[in-house]
Design a protein around this ligand. Structure first.
Ligand code: KIV
Length: 272
């Protein structure tokens, strides 16, 4: 079923808050160009992320670290041309938000030049200040916690975060502090299901999960993973929606419908 119509109502951060309040699951995927963005938009994705995963799945890089602000601006411009309804979120690349001046300058570029409506940054101790400064400037922010791929060389491996008692408590505190600083959305990557459920219950802003189990307010996956064309081994929390689908359109619509109906993810896609 396509939601595309002549008078499409644009999704905003307020729409996403309303979906959380009403208990309707939020469905989201990444996209990097106008053609896929149009398909996602018409399939009913509530927001589309121009992720720095573009470095790995489109550019063929080994990590997200080489991705530049100009790369994200370019891909956000393409996505914006394909979208009528979905909210457009853009990733702030590695080291593009390490000082307040750089952070505000680069976030403004993603919005003014790219057409982003929300910026996403990965959590670290400096980010509370960045989130409040962005908020003061009227820039909506999504804070990414749990597995933060831009820190891969520090973490050492792409693995579940928050399994130990102290790291779990810290993540709960960080989520609370980020919301108090003005974050409009929280995104949890590779977080144990129970911890994700606690953070979601405590938060008044929507909590989006990727590998965080079924109890969060919404789900996001990397588009190329669900289409089974990402390089390397598919992550355990992702699902190949091309299996059993007759077209890319059908696969993407199936993802949106399964998220909305709480049929994805089941516990087998989560971490204990
Ligand atoms: O860049 C990206 O695609 C992301 C998702 C993993 C959420 O940040």
């Amino acid at each position: 079923m396509s939601v595309h119509a002549a008078n499409v109502k644009k999704v905003t951060t307020q729409t996403l808050r309303q979906l959380k309040r009403e208990g309707e699951k939020i469905a989201s995927l990444t996209a990097y160009d106008a053609a896929f963005a149009r398909v996602l938009d018409r399939a009913g994705c509530d927001f589309i992320l121009v992720g720095d995963s573009v470095g790995m799945v489109v550019q063929g890089q080994a990590t997200t670290i080489p991705v530049t602000v100009d790369d994200i601006i370019y891909h956000t411009q393409l996505v914006a041309r394909g979208v009528e309804r979905a909210l457009i979120m853009a990733d702030m690349p590695f080291m593009s938000y390490h000082s307040p001046a750089e952070c505000l300058h680069n976030a403004a570029r993603l919005m003014k030049e790219g057409g982003a409506e929300v910026v996403k940054l990965e959590w670290g101790a400096l980010q509370l200040d960045m989130v409040s400064r962005l908020t003061e400037c009227g820039i909506p922010v999504c804070a990414h916690l749990g597995l933060t791929p831009q820190a891969i060389h520090k973490i050492g491996a792409y693995r579940v975060q928050g399994r130990e008692h102290d790291t779990a408590l810290k993540m709960i505190d960080d989520a609370r502090a980020l919301e108090a600083a003005g974050a409009d959305l929280l995104l949890l990557e590779c977080v144990p299901m129970e911890l994700a459920a606690t953070i979601t219950r405590n938060a008044t802003v929507p909590v989006i999960g990727i590998g965080a189990g079924p109890s969060v307010d919404g789900q996001i996956l990397v588009l190329y993973d669900i289409l089974d064309i990402a390089p390397g081994k598919r992550t355990r929390f992702s699902k190949n929606y091309m299996a059993g689908a007759n077209s890319i359109h059908e696969a993407i619509e199936a993802f949106v419908q399964e998220v909305k109906a709480s049929r994805f993810p089941t516990a087998e896609f989560g971490f204990a």
